[in-house]
Design a protein. Sequence first.
Length: 291
Amino acid sequence: MPCNTCQAKFSVFTKEIGCPACGFSHCKKCLKYKCEIPNVGTKKVCGPCYNKLSKMSNSSPEDATNDTLMSDANEKLKLFSMVDDVVMKLDSLENPAKPPIVMYKHTSHWDKLKKGLEPADQQIVDRLQKLKDDKRNHPLPTDDEIKQRLALLKDQDPEANRSKTINIHQVDTRTDQQKADDLIQQYYEQLQLASANDPYTEIQGRLMALHKDDDVYFNQNKGKEMQDMTINVTDDDSDDDVKSVNKLIASLKLQQMDDLSEELDVSSASDPSDQSRENSEEEPRSDDKTI
């Protein structure tokens, strides 16, 4: 703690000395007033104690006793006031005063939405509020109802599903041999399921077969239609039409023959020059081989 007068910190060079009158700690510089203390003698005291003792020595003994009595009374009053404050604080901690009840005006979300809207829009807001309230008042479905709906969606009997409830806490009373047999049966069923035909492949095969049947049916019908058309043409056409068609076919064949003959003539005309060129190219090749 520092000095009560100059607030200097105590250390090796500034030692702590207690005042013989009041008992508070002071440094050597602050205890510089010599005064006579009753029942003790002359000692160095602090400034406040020196002022008190000097006043007591200068005043009459009656005044001194009055001052001491007044000081004692003041100290007692201070103590009583401190005790009262402590008691009040303890009472407040044990029975704290309740905060005042404040009432707030609650404005709902729908009322806020209605502000600044036209009457038609306000009616729409009211309808939305009614729909929300109806949904809230509607009871939620139970677990049994949900299970029944799921069973109906799966095309199953709801009553059968109810009877197949699994009891987790049921004790397994089977023997080891029965457990082994059940496991073997389970694996066997799984293998049968795995070896069974895949439904997707079956559907694809059916679709392919349907496409093939459609193609065959289309080709058969097309062939029949062509035959019917040819029969109708031969029956309906007259002999003149047949003759004209034959003439056209003959003329086309003659034109094809003429074209072929012309191509052969052109190729034969170009052969001598080509042969001479080929011979001239083959001679140096033979010379190269001999070298």
